[in-house]
Ligand binder design. Structure first.
Ligand SMILES: [Ca+2]
Ligand SMILES: [Ca+2]
Length: 496
C-alpha cells in the first residue's frame, strides 16, 4: 500500500475505541453490531489504514451502530444469505471473510472507486465525498522527502498559525514558496522562531493553557496577583513551572521529578521564565504565608508537591485519593473513574481509613487507586492534620492526627505504594517511575497532538503517533520542542 494513496481524513471523527467499548459491553437483541466484527475485518484487511490502530472505526460499516451504512448493508446482504437472523457470533465470524470478498468489486457509494480500493486507500466505501487521493508522489529532489499528501506550503501556514498565532504575510508566503529545494529547512526555521513567541510560550499562551486541566485553577482561592477572596495558594507557580519544563529543550519529565520552581515575568514585550529555589523559610519571608511553597527540597516532586496541587486536591483528607487520581489522569493519561490504567494489587484495598472501599462495587478500582495514593498521604493539605502542623508541607507522621475522623488504623497506612505494578517507597520514587513510563510519554505527546490537530490520533495516524511517542523518550531526550519538530513532519500535520 503506497502511502500516497492514504487520504488524510478517511476515518470519521467519533472516538472509535470508546464506541467499541460500548458495543462490546452492551449487546443488542437483534440486528446488533457484532463484537467480533472489527477483529475479523482486520484479519482480512491487515494492511488497511483503518486497522493500523488495532480496530477499525465503527463507521467503516455503520452509521450509528447498529444501523448499517451502504457498505455495511452490502456486506450484510452477502453474509451467509438464507441463514436465519440474528446470526451467532461464531457464524458471523466464519461468514464475514467471504462476505467481504463478495462485495470487494462493488461500489457501495457509487463514487467510481470499488469498495476494495477504498478500504485499502483508507477512504470510506460508504461516503461518496471521501475518495482515495491518487496523487503522483514526487520526491523533493534536494532532500528526498516524499511530498505525497504532505504539502509544505500548507504546513508552513499551519506552523505560523499554530505556533506564532498569525497567518504568514503574502511576502512571507511567496518567499517560502520560492525556496524550492530548501522549504523543509525553512519550515523548521519558522518553527524555531515561533517556539519563541509569546503566543506559544507566554503567559496565558498555548502551552500555558495546555496545563488548565492539570492545574484546575479557581480564582476564589487564589493567592498572589490577582488574589481571590480566600487566598490559599497561587496556581501561577504551577503554570510557570509547567511551561518552563516544556520549553528550551528541557527534559519534560521535570514536570514530575523536578525539585525547583519557576516564575514568569513579562518584560520588554515578552514572557521570561526563571527557575528559582528557596527553602520554605526563605520563601515564607519573601512571599508570605498565603503563597510560600512549604515542601523541603528533598521531598519535592515537580508539580505533584506544588502547594496549589496539594491544596486543591488533598484538601482535608488523610488518604488523598483525589490527588493521586488527578496525578494519574493529568500526567499519565489514565482516568480511573473510566476504569483506565488498572493495575490491581492483590492485598488491596486495605481500607486504612475505614471508607468502605473494600465493598464489591469499589474494590475493583481501589485495588489500584489506594496503593497508588499512599505515597501522597504524607503531604499536608489545607490546615494540616493538627494544630502544630504546617499546611502543604511534608509531614511523615501526619496520619496520626486523623484517628478521630478515620479510626485508629489510619496510622498504619504505609508511605510506600505501587504504581504500574511496581513498588515505590515514597512520592519521589512514584514520580520517577511515572516520569519514565510509556504512559507519560504517550500522554505528553497526545496533549500536543490534540492541541495541534484538534483531536486524538485517528486509526490511520496511529503509526505516526506511536513513532513520536517512542522517539520522545529516545532521540528527543524528552524535549517537547524536538518532538514538535518531528510532529510537524507527519502526514497527519502537513496533509491538507
Ligand atoms: Ca466507492
Ligand atoms: Ca468513497
Amino acid at each position: 500500500m503506497p502511502p500516497h494513496l492514504w487520504p488524510r481524513r478517511a476515518a470519521a471523527a467519533l472516538p472509535a475505541a470508546a464506541l467499541w467499548g460500548v458495543l462490546v459491553l452492551a449487546p443488542a437483541p437483534t440486528g446488533e453490531a457484532q463484537p467480533p466484527a472489527p477483529q475479523s475485518f482486520c484479519e482480512v484487511y491487515p494492511e488497511a489504514p483503518a486497522c493500523a490502530g488495532g480496530a477499525p472505526p465503527c463507521e467503516t460499516c455503520h452509521q450509528t451502530p447498529p444501523a448499517l451504512n451502504d457498505y455495511g448493508a452490502q456486506v450484510a446482504e452477502a453474509l451467509l444469505p438464507g441463514m436465519a437472523r440474528p446470526l451467532s457470533a461464531a457464524d458471523f465470524t466464519t461468514g464475514l471473510p467471504l462476505a467481504l470478498a463478495a462485495v470487494e468489486g462493488l461500489d457501495a457509494d457509487d463514487d467510481g472507486w470499488s469498495n476494495l480500493e477504498e478500504l485499502l486507500a483508507g477512504s470510506s466505501p460508504a461516503d461518496p465525498g471521501d475518495q482515495p487521493k491518487d496523487i503522483d508522489c514526487v520526491d523533493e529532489d534536494e532532500d528526498g522527502w516524499q511530498l505525497c499528501g504532505y504539502d509544505l506550503d500548507y504546513a508552513y501556514k499551519k506552523v505560523m498559525l499554530d505556533f506564532c498565532g498569525r497567518s504568514p504575510s503574502w511576502v512571507e508566503r511567496a518567499a517560502f514558496s520560492q525556496r524550492r529545494g530548501a522549504r523543509r529547512a525553512a519550515l523548521h526555521t519558522a518553527l524555531d522562531a515561533c517556539l519563541e513567541s509569546d503566543h506559544w510560550r507566554g503567559i496565558e499562551g498555548r502551552v500555558w493553557n495546555l496545563a488548565n486541566a492539570k492545574i484546575g485553577p479557581q480564582i476564589a482561592v487564589k493567592s498572589g496577583n490577582p488574589v481571590g477572596p480566600i487566598p490559599l495558594a497561587d496556581y501561577d507557580d504551577d503554570y510557570a513551572y509547567f511551561v518552563w519544563t516544556q520549553i528550551d529543550d528541557r527534559d519534560a519529565r521535570l514536570v514530575l521529578t523536578g525539585q525547583t520552581f519557576a516564575q514568569a515575568r513579562f518584560e520588554d514585550g515578552r514572557t521570561v521564565y526563571e527557575e528559582w529555589d528557596r527553602t520554605p523559610d526563605e520563601d515564607y519571608a519573601l512571599r508570605g504565608v498565603d503563597r510560600y511553597q512549604a515542601v523541603e527540597r528533598d521531598r519535592r516532586a515537580g508539580l505533584l508537591t506544588h502547594r496549589w496541587f496539594i491544596m486543591s486536591n488533598t484538601m482535608f483528607t488523610s488518604i488523598p485519593r483525589t490527588t493521586a487520581a488527578q496525578a494519574y489522569r493529568a500526567f499519565l493519561g489514565y482516568d480511573i473513574a473510566k476504569l483506565e490504567g488498572l493495575w490491581p494489587v492483590a492485598s488491596e484495598p486495605a481500607d486504612y481509613d475505614n471508607k468502605g472501599v473494600g465493598a464489591e462495587a469499589c474494590a475493583g478500582c481501589h485495588a489500584t487507586l489506594d496503593p497508588l495514593t499512599y505515597p501522597f498521604s504524607r503531604y499536608e493539605g489545607i490546615g494540616g492534620g493538627g494544630p502544630f502542623s504546617t499546611p502543604y508541607s511534608y509531614a511523615p507522621n501526619r496520619l496520626n492526627t486523623f484517628t478521630d475522623e478515620d479510626g485508629e488504623r489510619v496510622k498504619d497506612t504505609p508511605e510506600a505504594g505501587v504504581l504500574f505494578g511496581q513498588q515505590v517507597a515514597d512520592l519521589r520514587e512514584w514520580a520517577q517511575v511515572a516520569a519514565n513510563s510509556e504512559a507519560f510519554r504517550r500522554a505528553t505527546v497526545r496533549d500536543y497532538w490534540r492541541l495541534l490537530l484538534g483531536e486524538a490520533p485517528r486509526p490511520s495516524e496511529q503509526a505516526e503517533f506511536n513513532a513520536l511517542v517512542e522517539a520522545f523518550g529516545a532521540a528527543h531526550s524528552y524535549s517537547v520542542e524536538r518532538m514538535l519538530h518531528d510532529l510537524i513532519d507527519t502526514e497527519a500535520y502537513g496533509a491538507p
